[in-house]
Design a binder for this molecule. Sequence first.
Ligand code: KET
Length: 503
Amino acid sequence: MAATSSSAVSALGSAAVRWTSRCIFALADNRCTWTFVPQRQLSGLTSAGVSGQKVVSTTSFVKRQFSGLRGAAFPGQKVVSTPLFVKSNSRTTMTLAAGVSKFEAVTMAPPDPILGVSEAFRADTSDAKLNLGVGAYRTEELQPLVLNVVKKAEKKMLESGENKEYLPIEGLAAFNKATAELLLGADSPAIKEGRVATVQGLSGTGSLRLGAAFIQRYFPGAKVLISSPTWGNHKNIFNDAGVPWSEYRYFEPKTVGLDFEGMMADIKDAPSGSFILLHGCAHNPTGIDPTPEQWEKIADLIEEKGHMAFFDVAYQGFASGSLDQDADSVRLFVKRGLEILVAQSYSKNLGLYAERIGAINAVVHSSDVAVRVKSQLKRLARPMYSNPPVHGAKIVANVVGDAALFDEWRAEMEMMAGRIKTVRQRLYDDLSTKDKSGKDWSFVLKQIGMFSFTGLNRAQSDNMSDKWHVYMTKDGRISLAGLSLAKCSYLADAIIDSYYNVQ
Ligand code: KET
């Protein structure tokens, strides 16, 4: 039983609950949970309730009301546990149960919008099932791929008998050098002048999180502007780091293109000194990037407003197939002498998803500042996870540091990017041939990177999984990296059915 009204509470008898409209009461199994949600104007106040004539705190008010419910919740039963009392944000939850866990008040978290899709996929027993949720590369046989260069680098590492000592807090020096060079170019003046602070991170996510912690500590109150829409985890990262954020317009559904005017207007309106989170290339989920001319204008505006760009580079090499070209946006800012933050990931371009290898870079005005920034990034990392894992770092350092392996990597990356382009084309062809209505599906071809942003709404996405066993994120994104040529026709049928037959 769960209710938000006074009836559920009064059904329990005489328990005097003053603000029943703001109380959520639930009684199930051996558990009685009572959540108090203060009115907006009351939240944050210590004196939140009036019991009798006395002003009491929220805590004691809730406790007092709750003890009135005890007897009614478990009539005739001896209640053995002491009430659990949990405060979270403005909510106060009390749980009372007969002989159960002290964690009883912990509620069920919702599934992750991206990784939760893989869980649902695994639970589906249909032979037709297709996982287009997570952005992870699969072969034409829909199997995960370990790149040849990775196998070669690992063989080298095994042969040289490397040890498992702790890395320094900032990570493997050879990796940090390689990753900064890959991002900014080996001949980058910023690197030569020692103006780049690089710290190895726990892949893109961990690097973004470290960057967010740095903003929280050194730019308290500064806001981060995030594109709308964006990768599903960005908001969580800044929320958990306690960094305020808001959104800037990015996607224009009518044109299935970039809302450049909206984007510029929102960046302009942000308080000076904001951080503008930009996808370095292959924007996730839309697959739409600004043109080189638009990037220039974005840099102009960020400079003019005294903002700072925070790049998320998770797909270097995956947008165009060229590592250099995909770093153009970042390099443009550096060439102009702008200070930036950049999080990098090797999950996609080297297929090192589970190795958790990436980096946070700060490109700053002087080597002196770079040294200090790096020292503080290390200081933030130490209590979080102490120091990063070594295996992926050594793979990257070996691949980037060896001319032959580096060339082979580029070829393998082109192969992956090429396969995605081929399925993109086939999906477009199938959609255009099967759909007789004349709808223009060419947006599928215009989008770049791993994904296609289909425009399917939540109900239509549900139809894709429920009826067709095609798993995708509920924002309408499909990962073409998880699609084979053989499955394109089936996918086109599923999309057309969902698009026209579900509202
Ligand atoms: N940034 C972006 C834009 C991104 O899409 C991802 C991963 C990451 C960072 C972080 O990846 P990491 O493995 O931490 O380096 N995106 C895919 C996987 C995920 O959601 O974790 C995805 O969108 O499917």
